[in-house]
Design a protein. Structure first.
Length: 738
């Protein structure tokens, strides 16, 4: 069923809409209270939106506080006037949710939509952040009627048969996924399920190196959330009893149900970290953590408890098949105003006249495919490497099962696939687990793939997750690094790669949903992205050949590792760089009613262009940045010039430095990226990274001379002033960052 708000929005655009060329934006729920109420009464769309919303604890907390505010004062939301685009766009942000209806990439007959939840994060820039729910729409047909599930449980007979079909297809037809054979390698310890029976038998901990004369048979691995203190775990005190065998009735629900899955696939052995690693031995934990790449890569199957918050939650969920298969309940959609954009000739084509309604089947885009990482398990930091390393993964969601292998990504409903969004986890998995003879570098030479950009995607996705121990930030990627190093001919350095080091050092932390409070504990050197608290929205673009010139270089890099494993944790180190460094002042200010940071030169003069439109700058602090208000309380900071590039509006105009002749004056934006630093007390020339600063300056140039500008940080006279350094080469300083 659909609530009155959804029905009216799709069928009549009741509160108005605004055309955005390739899509229309429709006013939806006025309040989050309304959204929550619609979810409670069973609206399919609102149910999925609210369910995914509450997974993100930070976002959920904000929404619940917003609901309390709404109870005292209902937000003022007026009907959207599509004839006044500027006012309409502003008014849409007053609604709690908006619907974006747009053409699908595949075929004229397909539409998709996403629902945007407007959200103002903590410490935000003066704008609104978004949280999306993504849905597919298809015309009702015999084909769409097949997109349904049967059985009132996610491990009903129909679910079991679907999982077996996926497994058999992968084993028999997917050469890229590999055969389920551990070969000469096996985990240090595994659980033998031979005597488990129907659940009242025993499980036994075995050590393959000591007890298996031949190669260990296929084993499964369990991916799950610890969720606090484990009631049952392997330790120095319990290992003897586990070796003798313990009753399966003592296991938590998730473990017992994982054993049931193994039995259906005739898998005798199961690896669970809590029961296969000594939890009271840091030495054993470090030793086993270094083997995670092999544990998952050699597994026959990884079983993922995607919807569970702890081992007591279990894998299997009850469900209403009709609710899970909304194709049985089509929704009326007014497609008037939806356009298709032809990129070749830039022609817009109207796809419907006024009130052109169609009955369409609606499908929810399963969270595993949209890259937003909304299920409890995918928000766990260790989960990413478990997913990417596993040749086959069977996931248990809230209302259906799903499958991932190198060649296939499928869900139980058979929901139609879409090519949007482009950064799907399944696509990342397929690209990561490249089993072909061509190396990543060979494929890069052929223009097919850039291994460094792929690594950037992995890091960005990883940084949106959470870790119980912040000191595990690099350790939880160690398995991926080991596997990746077989594809790429480079040296790994604390989350980065040596050949693309300068470009990776330009990472920046965006404001966003789920942003963690900054930790005061030392994790690693400040120039590494791993120094940023997780979760966060991180921007990073590793490139051996950057898109624009980088204006600094690393002259020395020293890292101190937690163990002999250089893919693991980093406990200290420094980096010496050579580049342009200037001193600035920062103070607390306001911008259009928002808290902001004012940038000044060392003399206290505001750094700004002659007109507001001519120059803007954006701060991306790595952690909470405390500055005083006013010139007298401004603190000294330092900027290391990272890179600079020009964005020209008129390619036919004269280029900088050349005489224009009959050509028009060339208009451009000058973009600069700076690394924000603070000096370390009592250590001359030693700095700590605090974040990034991006500046944009507009100007015009004719006959090689700027005629309408001009501002640039390095032109403020600061270059002539000495800054703390460890050496100087011309206009460039050598400084150390720790």
């Amino acid at each position: 069923m659909y609530c009155n708000v959804c029905t009216a929005a799709f069928r009549d655009h009741a509160d108005g809409f605004l055309e955005f060329g390739t899509q229309i934006s429709i006013a939806h729920h006025k309040t989050f209270q309304s959204l929550k109420a619609s979810s409670a009464v069973g609206c399919v769309i609102c149910h999925y939106l609210w369910r995914d919303l509450v997974v993100d604890a930070s976002f959920c907390e904000w929404v619940e506080s917003r609901i309390k505010t709404e109870l005292d004062q209902t937000p003022v939301c007026t009907k959207i006037d599509s004839h006044d685009p500027e006012s309409a766009e502003s008014e849409l942000s007053n609604y709690a949710t908006n619907i974006f209806l747009f053409k699908a990439d595949e075929g004229d007959e397909k539409l998709d939509f996403k629902v945007k939840l407007n959200y103002i994060p903590r410490n935000a820039e003066p704008n609104v952040a978004f949280h999306y729910g993504i849905f597919f729409l298809d015309p009702v047909s015999d084909k769409t009627s097949k997109y349904r599930v049967s059985g009132d449980c996610t491990w009903s007979e129909s679910s079991i048969q679907k999982a077996k079909v996926w497994m058999e297809d992968c084993i028999n037809n997917h050469k890229a996924c590999g055969k389920p054979d551990t070969g000469n390698w096996a985990p240090t310890r595994v659980l033998d399920l031979y005597s488990y029976g129907g659940g009242d038998g025993n499980i036994q901990l075995v050590i393959p190196a000591e007890e298996c004369k031949d190669a260990l048979g296929p084993y499964a691995a369990l991916s799950y959330i610890w969720g606090g203190q484990q009631s049952m775990r392997l330790s120095s005190d319990t290992i003897a009893s586990f070796r003798q065998g313990v009753s399966g009735t003592l296991l938590p629900k998730t473990f017992r149900e994982a054993i049931q899955v193994c039995q259906h696939f005739s898998i005798r052995y199961l690896w669970i970290d809590a029961l296969c690693i000594l939890q009271d031995s840091h030495e054993d934990w470090l030793s086993e953590a270094a083997k995670m790449d092999k544990v998952y890569a050699h597994s026959h199957l990884t079983i993922a408890a995607a919807a569970s918050h702890n081992p007591a939650d279990g894998l299997f969920r009850n469900r209403d098949p009709v609710f899970v298969s909304p194709a049985d309940n089509p929704i009326a959609v007014d497609i008037a105003g939806v356009y298709e954009y032809w990129s070749d000739d830039e022609v817009f084509r109207d796809q419907g006249s006024s009130h052109d309604q169609q009955k369409l089947a609606m499908f929810y885009a399963v969270p595993k495919d949209d890259g937003i990482l909304r299920s409890p398990l995918t928000q766990r930091g260790w989960c990413l490497q478990e997913r990417l390393l596993s040749p086959r993964l069977l996931g248990f969601g809230q209302d259906q099962i799903y499958w991932e292998c190198t060649k296939t990504s499928a869900v139980e409903t058979g929901c139609p696939a879409r090519t949007w969004p482009k950064t799907a986890t399944s696509d990342l998995k397929a690209r990561f687990r490249n089993p072909g003879e061509e190396s990543f570098l060979e494929m890069e030479d052929q223009g097919k793939r850039d291994p460094y950009l792929l690594w950037g995607e992995i890091v960005e996705m990883y940084c949106r997750t959470r870790l119980t121990k912040q000191t595990d930030r690099l350790v939880a990627l160690s398995g991926l690094v080991k596997a990746y190093s077989t594809y790429i001919n480079d040296i790994y350095v604390g989350g980065m790669w040596k050949k693309s080091l300068e470009s990776e050092l330009m990472w920046f932390k965006e404001h966003g949903i789920g942003e963690a409070a900054s930790s005061t504990d030392y994790i690693c050197p400040s120039f590494l992205w791993a120094s940023a608290s997780l979760p966060c929205n991180l921007g990073i673009e590793p490139r051996v050949k950057p898109r624009y010139p980088l204006l600094f270089d690393v002259v020395d890099l020293q890292l101190v590792y937690a163990t002999k494993d250089a893919t693991g944790g980093v406990t200290g180190g420094h980096m010496d760089v050579r580049g342009t460094v200037v001193e600035v002042r920062l103070s607390a200010g306001t911008y259009k009613g928002w808290d902001a940071i004012d940038l000044m030169d060392r003399a206290g003069r505001p750094i700004q262009a002659p007109t507001e439109k001519n120059h803007v700058y954006f701060f991306y602090p790595d952690r909470m940045l405390t500055v005083g208000a006013g010139e007298e309380n401004a603190r000294p900071f330092y900027l290391l010039l990272g890179g600079e590039f020009f964005e020209y509006y008129d390619e036919d105009a004269a280029a900088p430095g050349e005489r224009s002749g009959a050509k028009a004056a060339r208009q451009a934006n000058r973009h600069c990226s700076w690394i924000l630093l603070e000096a370390v007390e009592n250590q001359r020339g030693v700095y700590r990274r605090l974040g990034m600063l991006h500046t944009t300056q507009g100007f015009r140039e004719k006959d090689g001379e700027e005629i309408d500008s001009s501002w640039h940080v390095v032109h403020l006279g600061s270059l002539g002033d000495e800054v703390p350094n460890r050496g100087r080469e011309g206009d460039k300083y050598i400084i150390r960052i720790v």
